[in-house]
Design a binder for this molecule. Structure first.
Ligand SMILES: [Zn+2]
Length: 211
């Protein structure tokens, strides 16, 4: 599989192109186009949240716990909370990702298991869609799609590198498989992945149509 740096370089290149298309052809505001470039880059790192060790995964959760509260700001502001309540929520989300979510990932995911898959890509995109609130739907979609493009670039790169330069297949956990997959051999992983995906689809649907 490609290295952290490889993913970062590839996804940031794609992000640059995506931001450029956003600013020109899609006529997104410049700041949003830049944000789009940023989420493609972060999306390209996301699948490796499932690795259990190493500095990159710790760094990644650190990055996520800082970035997600920032991206949630418009949503929190729309809730008309007091300044103190906003600060408390930001702190709570930070700690939840940094300590809660990272434990869950460590405990329940297998490196290159179901978090390296097409449904996981959709989960990342939908989660971003729910987290990021913008007055215009196309702007929300721009950010969500950017996340998925970055995520997908990671899967493709991992797939391409699952055979190393000597032509040997890299040894992976038995539950790992192709990176660009819809299912894994683990029934529990499949059920929980599609369960989360279904829940997010429902929440996005409710967010769009139910009020
Ligand atoms: Zn990977």
């Amino acid at each position: 599989m490609a290295s952290y740096r490889g993913h970062l370089a590839f996804a940031s290149g794609l992000g640059f192109i995506y931001g450029g298309i956003g600013a020109s052809a899609l006529q997104m505001p410049p700041a949003l186009a830049l944000l789009g470039a940023g989420v493609v880059t972060i999306g390209g790192l996301l699948p490796d949240l499932d690795s259990d060790s190493g500095v990159p995964v710790r760094e990644l959760f650190g990055l996520m716990s800082a970035v997600v509260p920032l991206i949630m700001m418009p949503r929190l502001i729309n809730l008309h909370l007091s300044h103190e309540e906003v600060i408390l929520w930001l702190a709570l989300i930070y700690a939840g990702i940094r300590y809660g979510l990272s434990r869950l990932f460590k405990r329940f995911t297998v490196h290159r298991g179901m978090f390296h898959s097409i449904p996981a890509m959709l989960i990342a995109g939908l989660a971003m869609f729910l987290v990021y609130d913008a007055p215009v739907l196309s702007q929300r979609a721009f950010i969500a799609v950017g996340t998925m493009i970055g995520f997908f670039s990671h899967l493709v790169l991992d797939e391409a590198y699952s055979v190393d330069f000597r032509g040997l297949t890299i040894k992976l956990n038995k539950y790992a498989g192709s990176a660009v997959k819809f299912f894994s051999p683990s029934l529990i992983a499949n059920v929980s992945t599609y369960g989360i995906l279904g829940l997010l689809i429902y929440l996005a649907w409710r967010d769009l149509f139910a009020h």
